[in-house]
Design a protein around this ligand. Structure first.
Ligand SMILES: [Zn+2]
Length: 240
């Protein structure tokens, strides 16, 4: 192999490694950087829905109404600064039987995602905000936009948090949820799955959440109609 070809092969290998690392950081099922829960046991006929980025004064109550109609419970991964802005709403979510988890205090991206010190401090602030509501620090942490890397897992370890991603995502953070997407998601859901949606509007227009609310009933009806109980993460991981 000539020096030029060897150099090209080396560059290709480095490029492939970078792609693999990038994939591991966003693949919700990858434990490359550390332990992650993306699914619960399938032994019980249960599914855990989760809602990220709230609490939101306009949308979170409407999500709770749809859940209550079906005797469903979910886990709300809250942004700490939204909890501080709407503590009474966070208490309402808890009082309705739902679970609250840590979705960082500021939902910072960029440099915040790569500094163990900054991320630990941000997560600690969210733990403190949620502890005022719950009476104890939450145990589950969903990283902002689901990205995992060494800093994310180190910060989680520092605070005794368990990193939780998902089996299926509605992707309603990136695009408005459509009826078709809601139905695809509902039909794909199996026992033990963790399904993620959004109730908050971090960095997205309110119209994005209108789509979630418009098509959440179709998703809930499909999952409940298939005979699954909708439970909190604690209940799912305890066996449903
Ligand atoms: Zn988020």
């Amino acid at each position: 192999m000539t020096a030029g070809l060897a150099g090209a092969a080396g560059a290709a290998a480095v490029g492939a490694a970078a792609v693999a690392l990038g994939y591991a950081s966003v693949n919700p099922r990858s434990s490359f950087f550390g332990p992650v829960i993306w699914k619960g046991p399938s032994s019980a006929n249960a599914v855990a829905l989760s809602f990220d980025d709230g609490p939101h004064p306009r949308f979170t109550p409407k999500v709770m109404v749809e859940l209550a109609k079906r005797n469903a419970h979910a886990t709300f991964f809250c942004v700490g600064r939204e909890v501080d802005a709407y503590p009474a709403l966070a208490r309402e979510v808890l009082a309705a039987g739902h679970q609250l988890g840590n979705h960082t205090y500021s939902h910072g991206l960029g440099a915040d995602l790569f500094s163990e010190r900054r991320l630990t401090e941000d997560l600690r602030r969210c733990q403190d905000s949620l502890a005022k509501v719950i009476g104890a620090a939450p145990r589950y942490y969903r990283p902002a936009v689901g990205v995992r890397n060494p800093a994310v897992h180190a910060a989680a370890r520092n605070l005794g948090l368990t990193v939780v991603t998902w089996t299926h995502a509605a992707r309603d953070g990136a695009w408005p949820l459509s009826n078709r997407r809601a139905r695809t998601l509902g039909n794909a859901t199996r026992a033990g799955d963790i399904v993620t949606l959004h109730d908050g509007t971090i960095r997205v227009p309110d119209s994005r959440r209108e789509g979630t609310l418009a098509h959440l009933p179709a998703l809930l009806d499909l999952v409940c109609g298939a005979g699954f109980r909708l439970v909190t993460l604690d209940a799912l991981l305890a066996g449903g």
